[in-house]
Design a protein around this ligand. Structure first.
Ligand SMILES: [Zn+2]
Length: 96
């Protein structure tokens, strides 16, 4: 029974961390609950997806992550970007 409590606690912690970082709460809840210690560590180490710089595709205008080598919409190959777009997390403040 103690294990269930521990797993649930880690699941919750991992889920919250995952959610804060812009990922899925359920996904990280499950990972953290199934592999308590590793899951939570993974959630914390998980890259801040919203902190990544973005860029706009010169061909179709789609905004993608700056590290993408190909446009996910039109498939054009990117040059190194001249203009980076600020991460999603910075202004404006999101209302939820
Ligand atoms: Zn494109």
């Amino acid at each position: 029974m103690a294990y269930v409590t521990i797993a649930a606690s880690f699941g919750l912690a991992g889920g919250i961390v995952g959610r804060i970082k812009g990922s899925s709460f359920v996904l990280w809840f499950l990972i953290s609950a199934l592999v308590p210690f590793l899951g939570l560590i993974a959630a914390i180490a998980y890259r801040f997806e919203r902190d990544e710089l973005r860029r706009q595709c010169p061909n179709c205008g789609r905004v993608t992550k700056i590290y993408d080598a190909l446009c996910t919409r039109c498939g054009i190959e990117f040059e190194f970007p001249d203009v980076a777009i600020a991460p999603e997390r910075t202004p404006p403040a999101r209302t939820r």
